[in-house]
Design a protein around this ligand. Structure first.
Ligand SMILES: [Ca+2]
Ligand SMILES: [Ca+2]
Length: 329
């Protein structure tokens, strides 16, 4: 019981502020709802749990270091899979978001930086571009660093990824131009509901860079508590020898968590924040971080529901397991 008290005390501090949490040194009346929530099945089937606001984590917005020495021209050739969209039958990613017309024309990340030169915030695609390029899966964001720590960030740029995992510039071409001189850089790739990944070692960039293939294993300081360890560490092995970024990080806190007893779990983010606490609400046509299987809708229960894409798809059915990203990323 002590463990439970401590856990939900932490939850109260997060959600209500400390003064609203403890009353005469004990946890207040919200223990009942927390324990109801702990009983996952009951909460999931009745839909009577009082919605509890789960704060979203703000998008990462780290200042670039603006080193003039890095000014130049190179291109990034990269390949990456998103586990949420990966289709093991085709060996490619589904393009349902594009087919359903929910991908925004405007950059959804909004925190681009490149050497202090006019940032590409507001970068957008021309009308009709996505329909004319049906192979596009979604926006992703690439980042370059001269060291592993975030303080060494020199470029961040929103780009596109196609069904084969090819990273493409906003005009659809391979080889994303970046304003850095040829040299060695760590490549980081972000997606709005996947776990960020970084190359294990620096990649060498030039105008004719070699392909950085992140569909191969990377080991970048991530941890997971799965009973069966994932060989790819920060990447999920989706088929033998093929790796993808872990999906399921709805709140972008660098962890993939299902556990209903953890207030900031990604499962709770879907239920309480995105669906307002209603297990029956369906967002049928949406572009949402809660859409973990990237089919253009968010639903908590029923066929193709998104919590199952988290629990069954990413955590091998282990409801208390978690994948934790590299804290430097
Ligand atoms: Ca998370
Ligand atoms: Ca979905």
């Amino acid at each position: 019981m002590k463990k439970i008290h401590l856990l939900f005390c932490g939850a109260c501090v997060l959600f209500l502020g400390f003064s609203g949490c403890l009353k005469n040194g004990v946890i207040g009346s919200n223990v009942k709802s927390a324990q109801t929530l702990d009983n996952n099945t009951a909460a999931d089937t009745t839909g009577t749990v009082t919605p509890s606001p789960v704060p979203s984590v703000a998008a990462v917005n780290v200042p670039a270091i603006v080193p003039a020495d890095y000014g130049g021209n190179s291109r990034v050739f990269a390949r990456v899979f998103l586990a949420g969209a990966y289709n093991s039958t085709t060996g490619k990613m589904n393009t349902t978001l594009n087919t359903n017309g929910v991908i925004p024309l405007n950059n959804p990340y909004g925190n681009e930086q490149s050497l202090g030169i006019a940032p590409a915030q507001g970068a957008s695609l021309p009308a009709g571009f996505l329909a004319a390029n049906p192979d596009i899966v979604d926006w992703i964001q690439i980042e370059l660093r001269v060291g592993t720590h975030r303080k060494n960030t020199v470029v961040r740029k929103s780009v596109l990824v196609d069904s084969s995992g090819n990273v493409r510039d906003l005009d659809g071409t391979l080889g994303v131009p970046v304003l850095v001189k040829p040299g060695d850089y760590y490549l980081i790739i972000r997606h709005r509901n996947h776990l960020t990944v970084m190359t294990k070692a620096p990649i060498t960039l030039s105008l004719t860079s070699a392909l950085a293939d992140l569909t191969a294993a990377q080991t970048t300081g991530c941890t997971n508590t799965l009973t069966v360890a994932s060989p790819g560490d920060c990447l999920k092995q989706i088929t033998p020898g093929v790796f993808a970024m872990y999906g399921g990080d709805v709140n972008q806190d660098g962890q993939v968590i299902y556990d209903p007893a953890i207030p900031h779990s990604d499962r709770n983010e879907i239920l309480y924040v995105i669906l307002g606490g209603s297990i029956s609400t369906v967002l049928p046509t949406t572009y949402s971080p809660g859409d973990l299987n990237m089919n253009g809708m968010v639903r908590f229960s029923g066929p193709g529901n998104d919590p199952n894409a988290l629990l069954g798809g990413m955590l091998s059915g282990e409801s208390t397991a978690r994948i934790s990203g590299n804290p430097d990323i």
